[in-house]
Design a binder for this molecule. Structure first.
Ligand SMILES: [Zn+2]
Length: 95
């Protein structure tokens, strides 16, 4: 699928939904066409990713927007992983 920037709507990366898991990293995203360098630092957290066109985070800055990626076919949910992480966190606090 194609990752689009939520702020400037440019197509910036290609990804496979099966590869997505939290926490997301740059390594989960590849170039739009083979042979080009990866769009984001593969070693870095996705939080550090920046749109190469507008230099903002591809998901924008609304915390609610972190649950989805903007794609060529509309918002793509980043799995149920967001809820699972929140659940694990509250469980930890309950101890
Ligand atoms: Zn952008």
């Amino acid at each position: 699928m194609i990752l689009r920037c939520r702020l400037c709507h440019a197509a910036i990366a290609a990804f496979s939904p099966a590869d997505l898991s939290l926490p997301m990293t740059g390594a989960m995203f590849g170039p739009l066409e083979p042979g080009f360098p990866p769009p984001f630092d593969p070693e870095a957290s996705f939080d550090a990713a920046r749109c190469p066109f507008c230099r903002h985070h591809p998901q924008g800055y609304d915390p609610a927007g972190r649950a989805t990626l903007e794609t060529g076919t509309g918002p793509w949910p980043v799995g149920g992983t967001v809820r699972r992480v929140a659940k694990a966190h509250s469980k930890k606090e309950g101890k």
